[in-house]
Design a protein around this ligand. Structure first.
Ligand code: NDP
Length: 240
């Protein structure tokens, strides 16, 4: 039987309480991984994954989460830096607080998530990191100068980390989703949604499961063992 090799691997997903993150958590569990997830708030869940309330903007909070995961599940092999927020507005209307919030969660939060785990991964000579970027980070988007800047930043972070970490057999890649059906995109007005859908060659928004497949592939020590520093677009050819 073919396997992605994720059985019993310990994997952390941030922002795993809902949306794409929750789907990734469930999917990795189906693949046999031991999954922990963090989120700013945790709902009652029967998923069986280790759920930890932790804020990605706070390094101490992520260090505490890392210690709890190691104690409970063992050494971490994989990280999915998924937590992200939007504070959309035209550039001229964006308040400094909108910049700070988005940069703190989407960019600094990714660094805070990865940092506590790297020494262990380097020591063990094994690890895979996936940062969730966005189509906005590659092609830009009206009303998302702050968000797009952070998502482009995630790509730069992953590409640089890939070069630094390669000697330790630790890989770092990004997944860049297009428009995906989650809470984040449900706020898009119907008219705008129709316009966006018409621009997508596959003529629909993506499903969270379609991101989970891409993430699992990039985490796999078998399927993607020679892939690092890459950006995998999952966007129905909205941007190629
Ligand atoms: P959701 O808003 O549904 O989920 C994001 C999760 O992250 C929420 O549970 C949220 O909690 C949590 N979160 C927010 N701030 C923090 C924090 N400081 N610390 C820990 N967790 C936090 O978003 P999606 O599932 O749609 O998006 C997941 C990722 O995919 C994000 O990085 C997003 O930018 C990216 N993406 C999404 C696309 C889409 O179309 N949906 C397209 C491209 C990229 P709370 O709800 O309480 O704020």
């Amino acid at each position: 039987m073919v396997s992605l090799g994720l059985e019993n691997q310990v994997i952390l997903v941030t922002g795993g309480n809902q949306g794409i993150g929750a789907t990734i958590v469930a999917f990795l569990q189906e693949l046999g991984a031991k999954v922990a997830y963090t989120d700013i708030k945790i709902s009652e869940s029967s998923s069986g994954a280790l759920a930890i309330q932790a804020d990605v903007t706070d390094l101490a909070s992520m260090e505490a989460a890392a210690a709890q995961i190691a104690d409970t599940l063992g050494p971490v092999y994989g990280i999915v830096a998924n937590a992200g927020i939007t504070r959309d507005n035209f550039f001229t209307k964006l308040e400094p607080a909108d910049w700070d919030a988005v940069i703190n969660v989407n960019l600094k939060g990714v660094a805070n998530t990865i940092k506590p785990f790297l020494p262990g991964m380097y020591e063990r000579g094994a690890g895979a990191i996936v940062g969730i970027s966005s189509i906005s980070g590659e092609r830009g988007n009206v009303g998302q100068t702050n968000y797009a800047a952070t998502k482009a930043g995630v790509i730069g972070l992953m590409k640089s980390l890939a070069r630094e970490a390669a000697r330790y057999n630790v890989r770092a890649n990004a997944v860049a989703p297009g428009f995906i059906d989650t809470e984040m995109t449900r706020i898009i007005p119907e008219k705008v949604r129709e316009k966006i859908t018409a621009e997508i060659p596959l003529r629909r928004f993506g499903k969270p499961e379609e991101i989970a497949w891409a993430v699992a592939f990039l985490l796999s020590p078998i399927a993607s063992s020679f892939i690092t520093g890459e950006v995998l677009r999952v966007n129905g050819a909205h941007h190629t």
